[in-house]
Design a protein around this ligand. Structure first.
Ligand SMILES: Cc1cc2nc3c(=O)[nH]c(=O)nc-3n(C[C@H](O)[C@H](O)[C@H](O)COP(=O)(O)O)c2cc1C
Length: 174
């Protein structure tokens, strides 16, 4: 039977994040940021999350070099930002200079003004097929009340309708 993982996974709605890291070189610290929707919460004790990055990713090389990354969970107004940080590195580094960011207090990786963020140290990196699963230990986190999250589904960005007439279907207990 033919497997078409990409087509099936397009029906799986996710949030959208921008992950940041940096490398320190002779000319100082060079930050980079990349749009990622493979964020998964793995463990609460210790707090672990994972992201899955293409093996050929320049960004992955930086994460493995610095050993730290930050994750900013985007709100519905940040679709343009998600598009920008999915482009090539020159576009991303230029955009980072004008984006509203703060260096994380623990790791120094940039945090984007967003509803929720995590700072992580690399706990493990496991090459699996054409991607590498990067497991991060969460060393700092934060939330702030903002607009609803940005949703990625069927290859497009969507808004979640949180108006009162669209009440949750069921109260989740997890
Ligand atoms: C919504 C969205 C989610 C993405 N999620 C991932 C992801 O989880 N892992 C990944 O490797 N690339 C992901 N990408 C693609 C990267 O952002 C894009 O390929 C980037 O240019 C890679 O940069 P690099 O190869 O220079 O490191 C995503 C793109 C979009 C638009």
């Amino acid at each position: 039977m033919e497997v078409d993982l990409r087509t099936t996974m397009r029906t799986f709605a996710t949030g959208v994040t921008v992950v940041t890291t940096y490398v320190d070189g002779p000319e100082g610290r060079r930050h980079d940021a990349m749009t990622v929707n493979s964020l998964t919460s793995i463990s609460l004790l210790p707090p672990l999350v994972s992201i899955s990055l293409r093996n050929t990713s320049a960004f992955l090389a930086d994460v493995l070099d610095s050993g730290v990354f930050a994750v900013s969970i985007l709100d519905v107004g940040a679709a343009d930002l998600a598009g920008t940080f999915a482009a090539g590195r020159p576009v991303r580094t230029a955009a980072l200079r004008s984006a509203c960011t703060t260096p994380g207090a623990v790791t120094g990786a940039l945090i984007i003004d967003s509803p929720g963020w995590l700072e992580c140290t690399v706990h493990r990196a496991v090459p699996l097929g054409d991607h590498t699963l990067v497991v991060g230990e969460v060393v700092a986190s934060g939330v702030q009340r903002r607009r609803p999250p940005l949703i990625f589904l069927h290859g497009d960005y969507h808004a979640l309708d949180t108006s009162p007439r669209h009440k949750p279907l069921l109260h989740a207990t997890r």
